[in-house]
Design a protein around this ligand. Structure first.
Ligand code: ADP
Ligand code: ZN
Length: 531
């Protein structure tokens, strides 16, 4: 139980030292704390691990009244509150996991001012009961954590967040601080508008994470590639492996366990109790590998995560940045590794084509995906691309700590290859009833007399065998890159390859196509690798 009567320091730096035990503020924390403690509104954009919590916790302690923190991370509230209580801060929470008695106790503490910080789930604020409860106490500030959840086109949208603008209407004099680690210009503008924070001071921290080494490799044999990464570079390290589906989470965790690497699955289909147990083992034990869908990780504070590996393509650069950002929060060297292949592009385009929602929604999803693909296919510094995406200026000369800086990829003139491939797509289009994916087209180019090639007489096409100068992996790379640049498109539920609006330019020889040469898998880029 928290003490009822205390002598609290009232000066922010004193609170930092005496309560939290830190010597100095980090980055912009000092300015943010001073601004909010003085009653100002703030919008804070800071990468994961940057230290956002103190930005509202210290003003809540310095100001009179209770700091009300809105957070969607219900599963973490108990931990957060316990951590604060251990420091002597009077903290409590209200969410759906509590029984009525527990809730009444916290409500009484709030009304009588025996709390410093109160965590609330956003859906609470839909109820008039909660709003009138807040009326009966004294509020020092509102903190809106994970504020990007208000962005309707974002990847974490929560309808309850739209209601949060009511806080300002009902309590116009209470300062508000909204915080997020997602930071594109568009998201920032949307947050500011929806939460009525356009007049607030905006604090935008640097999004660079210099200790994270970014690497994106072509997917060849993903499990083997992952195993090599873990055993050659991250033996005994804690890390997270992200997969798209629950099934591949299960399979990958089993595979790693069979290889002698301790790995736990985590996805929304597991029993809540199992999920909680796996999460707490990951946080408390050393060297565990969590194999998870993106359901895992929001708000997880484990400083020594040494690698984040993606076995499937993230849906957006924001998602990629946030997920990889869970590596290396302690500032030590860490790896962000992604394997991606042709199938990822085809699959995600197919998913978007078949998704519900209106045309505009699908266009947004495609734009997110295309930005992610551009990051994968760039021949420039990955970090520079990433920072530019977040509207920040990268170092002019490359970062020296990503795969393209460490072993610069060659590019090659793929115009003729692209023309051969697109011509094949044109030939197949004439066979109206049949739809063919990348596999058949590559077989034709390579001149392979497979059963399916013979069945459709594809060995009689003029393009049969014209692509034997390239290997299959190279053709897959060509297809992937043409798709990424929209010089080729995917249609329907089978992933049929079709011409895009700009394919004709290539076919007519009006557009040159420079392609990135994939590194040979056996010599996958290594840190400071020589030749
Ligand atoms: P975020 O919410 O931005 O992801 P947190 O608030 O969880 O980040 O902080 C990340 C880690 O950094 C935590 O372990 C926190 O205790 C630590 N931290 C925050 N501010 C400081 C500081 N000024 N000095 C030392 N450590 C800090
Ligand atoms: Zn770089």
């Amino acid at each position: 139980p928290a003490p009822e009567e205390r002598e609290l320091p009232t000066e922010p730096r004193e609170v930092l030292r005496r309560i939290f035990g830190y010597d100095e503020f980090r980055g912009e924390q000092a300015e943010i704390v001073e601004h909010v403690a003085g009653g100002g509104d703030a919008l804070v954009l800071m990468p994961t691990g940057g230290g956002k919590s103190l930005c509202y916790q210290i003003p809540a302690l310095v100001r009179d009244g209770v700091g009300v923190v809105v957070s969607p991370l219900i599963a973490l509230m108990q931990d957060q509150v316990d951590a604060l209580r251990a420091l002597g801060v009077r903290a409590g929470f209200l969410n759906s996991t509590q029984d009525l008695d527990e809730q009444r106790l916290v409500q009484a503490e709030f009304v009588s001012g025996r709390l410093d910080v109160l965590y609330l789930a956003p859906e609470r604020l839909r109820s008039e009961a909660t709003l009138s409860l807040l009326d009966r106490g004294r509020i020092s500030l509102f903190a809106i954590d994970e504020a990007h959840c208000v962005a309707q086109w974002g990847h974490d949208f929560r309808p309850d967040y739209l209601e949060l603008s009511r806080l300002h209407e009902r309590w116009p004099d209470v300062p508000r601080i909204a915080l997020t680690a997602t930071a594109t210009e568009a998201t920032r503008t949307e947050i500011a508008e929806r939460l009525q924070l356009t007049a607030a001071r905006h604090f935008v921290a640097s999004f660079d994470r210099p200790n994270i080494q970014y690497r994106i490799v072509p997917k060849v044999d993903p499990k083997k590639q992952l195993l090599r990464l873990l055993s050659e570079e991250h033996k005994g390290d804690a890390g997270i492996v992200y997969c798209l589906s629950r099934a591949s989470v299960e399979k990958t965790a089993e595979f790693l366990t069979a290889q002698g690497i301790e790995a736990l699955p985590y996805h929304a289909g597991l029993e809540p109790r199992t999920r909680a147990a796996h999460q707490s083992r990951f946080l408390r034990e050393d060297g565990l590998v969590m194999v998870a869908t993106i359901a895992f990780g929001m708000g997880i504070d484990k400083p020594d995560v040494r690698f984040v590996a993606h076995l499937d393509l993230p849906k957006s650069v924001e998602g990629y940045y946030q997920e990889t950002g869970r590596a290396g929060r302690d500032g030590e060297p860490s790896t962000a590794w992604l394997a991606y292949g042709l199938q990822d592009v085809v699959q995600q385009r197919k998913l978007i084509n078949g998704s519900d929602g209106d045309q505009a929604h699908r266009r947004r999803l495609l734009a997110h995906l295309d930005a992610m693909l551009a990051l994968c296919e760039t021949v420039e510094c990955r970090r520079a691309r990433l920072l530019a995406y977040f509207g920040q200026d990268p170092a002019a000369s490359g970062c020296g700590n990503c795969d393209t800086c460490l072993s610069p990829p060659e590019d090659w003139d793929g115009t003729v290859a692209a023309q051969k491939l697109l011509s094949t797509v044109v030939r197949l289009k004439r066979e109206r009833r049949q739809k063919f994916g990348a596999g058949q087209i590559i077989d034709i180019l390579l001149g392979r007399k497979t059963a399916k090639v013979i069945q459709f007489d594809h060995d009689t096409l003029s393009v049969f065998g014209v692509g034997s100068d390239l290997a299959e992996a190279e053709w897959r790379s060509v297809v992937r890159q043409l798709l990424a640049r929209q010089l080729l498109a995917v249609e329907g539920e089978y992933g049929t390859l079709v011409l895009s609006a700009t394919s004709e330019d290539v076919l007519r020889g009006e557009q040159q196509v420079r392609l990135r040469r994939d590194p040979v898998p056996a010599r996958a880029p290594r840190a400071r690798g020589g030749s």
